[in-house]
Design a protein around this ligand. Structure first.
Ligand code: URA
Length: 434
């Protein structure tokens, strides 16, 4: 088989066979295919697309490129939840304890973030002492003991994706449905869960900007999961403005913990209740969405979800005093204020621009080796649909470097559109694909 022929075939719009796709993934991962040929194939896939069969073959080949985790020694149905990525998305931090408190095992492998804020692991590391480094045996024991553990992704989980994703990032080939679906699903399938819940974000702050495209991505991933005998459901949710009010690692942890105490922003609450309900449905713990929502609300109101958080933090070496007293978590030295320059209704808080403003402060990584400042970030004071007077506070900028704070605030100002007329705020949840 020759890589040249595979590129030519895809360039001409033909479908690739399972053998051709496996050859490409295997040889590229082993370093036998150079980046320039892999880039050419990615660009051909980008323009000519892949059909469903090809996407399944690609997912399977990527999944098999490294270790496949076996979680069968954990009792019960393990449900994994994945978000396609958004600004201020701290749902995983809240959902782990919620779902575990409902009696469903949560064995979560998570990554570090690249981009506007850290990933779940970076955020949890804002709690002093908390660690995700553990052997697979400890990970499994921990889940069997308290029903919840979060571990860092092992280096050998889907190595094909590490190389391909880095290449896609620099060749403008990220936003292709088959490439995104196979990248995400190969990692989910290799992580060993029995069922998968996908939160597919749609809007300015998401990979998929248009609702129709987001549903197509959701359907593609659900089909892949079901094809591989894993119960998979996707929920398409809004990312046209940040989720909740906090953006930045320590700030997001605080918001997620407040949610577990029954407080917290309405949109974050509604989304966690909904996603939690679908995780319980996938685990056969409840029979309907409303039963699931009720169970989620009960474990929050009874304090069981918060108790689970404490056990979880303790189990992973974190100091729970910081969780009991949120003001002791990492705090930035300065807080700058962004004020409204006019009165009216907020029509837009462009999520990707807010993400960029947080990145400028140091909340995220420019490259995978950049350091991250856990204490900095942005706290919104108003959301889309709110009315503001001139000089009302739109957002707080938590920074450790005034210069960066000033650059960030100028960027953040651009995120807002304020108009005289009120508006109908678009829904948070667009639909479920199963
Ligand atoms: N997240 C992933 O893991 N892969 C993609 O391609 C896009 C988002």
């Amino acid at each position: 088989m020759r890589m040249y022929d595979i590129i030519l075939k895809k360039r001409n719009g033909e479908s690739l066979s399972k053998e051709e796709i496996s050859y490409f993934v295997r040889e590229y991962t082993e370093g036998s295919i150079p980046d320039y040929q892999a880039s050419a194939l990615l660009m051909a896939i980008y323009f000519q697309k892949m059909n469903k069969e090809e996407t399944v073959y690609l997912t399977e080949a990527m999944m098999k490129s490294g270790e496949i985790i076996n979680l069968s020694s954990i009792n019960g149905i393990k449900v994994d939840k994945h978000s396609t990525g958004g600004v201020g998305d701290k749902t995983t931090i809240a959902l782990g304890p919620i779902v575990a408190a409902c009696g469903v095992p949560v064995a979560k492998m998570s990554g570090r973030g690249l981009g506007h804020t850290g990933g779940t692991i970076d955020k949890l590391e804002a709690i002093p002492g908390f660690s995700v480094e553990m052997s697979q045996a400890t990970f499994i024991n921990n889940v069997n003991r308290i029903k919840l553990a979060v571990a860092g992704q092992t280096g050998n989980l889907v190595p094909a994706d590490k190389n391909l994703y880095a290449l896609r990032d620099v060749t403008a080939t990220v936003d292709n449905i088959s490439l995104i679906a196979s990248s995400i699903m190969s990692k989910k399938l290799a992580s060993g869960a029995d069922a998968i819940l996908l939160d597919v974000k749609t809007g300015d702050g998401a990979f998929m900007k248009e609702i129709d495209e987001s549903f197509l991505l959701a359907k593609e991933m659900v089909d892949i999961g079901n094809n591989m005998n894993k119960d998979t459901i996707a929920v398409v949710t809004d990312m046209n403005q940040p989720l909740g009010y906090a953006i930045g690692n320590s700030l997001e942890v605080k918001e997620a913990i407040r949610l577990l105490k029954g407080e917290g922003p309405e949109d974050l609450k509604a989304l966690c209740h909904f996603l939690g309900a679908y995780m319980l449905l996938l685990a056969n713990k409840v029979n309907t969405e409303s039963e699931g929502i009720q169970m989620v609300q009960q474990v929050i109101e009874s304090g069981k979800a918060f108790e689970m958080l404490i056990k979880f933090i303790e189990q992973q070496g974190g100091d729970t005093a910081y969780v009991e007293d949120l003001s002791s978590l990492p705090q930035a030295e300065e807080i700058l204020i962004l004020k409204s320059e006019k009165k009216g209704y907020i029509h837009k808080i462009q999520a990707d621009t807010v993400g960029l403003s947080a990145l400028i402060l140091g909340a995220g990584r420019d490259t995978k080796d950049s350091d991250i400042d856990l204490s900095v970030g942005i706290v919104l004071n108003k959301k889309v649909g709110d009315y503001v007077e001139t000089d009302d506070i739109l957002a707080y900028i938590h920074c450790n470097d005034i210069k960066k704070g000033e650059v960030s605030i100028n960027q953040l100002r651009e995120a807002y559109t304020i108009e005289e007329n009120p508006l109908n705020v678009r829904p948070l949840i667009f639909g479920v694909v199963d």
